[in-house]
Design a protein around this ligand. Structure first.
Ligand code: PEP
Ligand code: MN
Length: 332
């Protein structure tokens, strides 16, 4: 249940009421809310006189639900906004991993030359083998910060586990919570305490309910700036790396108020399929698209087979513009 308190209730009083009622207390826009589990179906007696409005839910998708707020949340980054009524589809580009200054500078220059704003690059990589490249760590974060400074780009990078989450929060503009990390409570709880945008990727074996509940951890802790990212599920199919759940995207659009980013690169796993899949994604009217691109994919230290080269990335952007326009969006 979500209870919106009357304007006369102070934050201090609200926090006290929340602890007496095992609820979260957050400020959202100019309102103070108390949030408890969806098992609570009526306003507790001691809260009745403080209650302005309340919402009852069938399950624990509450703050993220259209039933609570049908308006899509707006997320503001430097030079660009997504969600709300912006109808922007943000193209996030860059390599799987930050590998060297030369490499990430080449990616930053590409984005800048195309008029794009947001550079990705992993520094702490959640690899499936301990013998694979694990990322540059803090040195990589410093390179991303340099690119932000030199090119005025937003940067997005992923947290692998809670040991370095504070570093990630300090250095990045958008915190990426990876598919394997989305159950990490340490990461989610730390993300709840910052106001920086958080892009949560859906685990490859995660139901939509569990996925949005991960977002609820961040939202109920007080950070409203959450973006959902579908990046493919593991199915019986082995021809492609994963199976992009576009049905799930339609479900998220119907029932949640959070901006949605799609990642065809990790879903497909092979560069040949990324452009056509990306166009299908943009045709759904989405808030963002995450595409891996590398100056020389053949020598990439992670996800080499799925990364576009820079010419392919530029061509893709041109081909996406009319698709976005056909559904009332624009590529930014
Ligand atoms: C990535 O974005 O490079 C990544 C590791 O993604 P995922 O968490 O979706 O596997
Ligand atoms: Mn990758």
């Amino acid at each position: 249940m979500i209870i919106q308190l009357k304007n006369s209730v102070s934050l201090e009083q609200a926090n006290k009421l929340a602890s007496e009622n095992q609820s979260f207390c957050i400020q959202l826009d100019d309102k103070i809310l108390l949030i408890s589990g969806s098992g609570v179906k009526s306003v507790p007696q001691d809260l009745e006189s403080f209650t302005d409005k309340f919402w009852v839910f069938a399950n624990d998708i509450q703050l993220a639900s259209k039933a609570f707020n049908p308006a899509k949340r707006k997320i503001t980054l430097a030079n660009v906004e997504i969600g709300g009524d912006t109808k922007n589809t943000l193209l996030i580009g860059g390599p799987c991993s930050v590998e060297s200054e030369e490499q990430i500078r080449s990616s930053a220059e590409l984005l800048k030359s195309l008029g794009l704003t947001t550079l990705r690059g992993g520094c702490y990589k959640p690899r499936t083998s301990p013998y694979s490249f694990q990322g540059m760590g803090l040195d990589g974060l410093k390179l991303l910060a340099k690119m932000r400074e030199d090119y005025g780009l937003n940067v997005i990078t992923e947290a692998r586990d809670a040991t370095h989450i504070e570093e990630i929060i300090d250095y990045t503009d958008v915190i990426q919570v990876g598919a394997k990390a989305m159950y990490d409570q340490g990461i989610l709880r730390a993300c709840a305490k910052t106001s920086k945008p958080v892009l949560i990727k859906r685990g490859f074996g995660t139901t939509l309910q569990e996925f949005v509940q991960a977002a609820e951890f961040v939202l109920s802790g007080g950070n409203p700036n959450v973006i959902l990212c579908e990046r493919g599920l593991r199915t019986f199919e082995t021809g492609t790396r994963f199976t992009l759940d576009l049905c799930g995207v339609a479900w998220l659009q119907e029932y949640t108020n959070l901006p949605i980013v799609l990642d065809p690169s990790h879903a497909m796993g092979y560069a040949y399929g990324v452009p056509v899949l990306a166009r299908a994604c943009v045709a759904m009217g989405i808030d963002g698209l995450l595409i891996e691109a590398h100056p020389n994919p053949k020598v990439a230290k992670s996800d080499a087979s799925q990364q576009l080269d820079h010419a392919q990335f530029s061509d893709l952007l041109q081909s996406l513009r009319p698709v976005a326009e056909s559904v009332g969006y624009k590529m930014v």
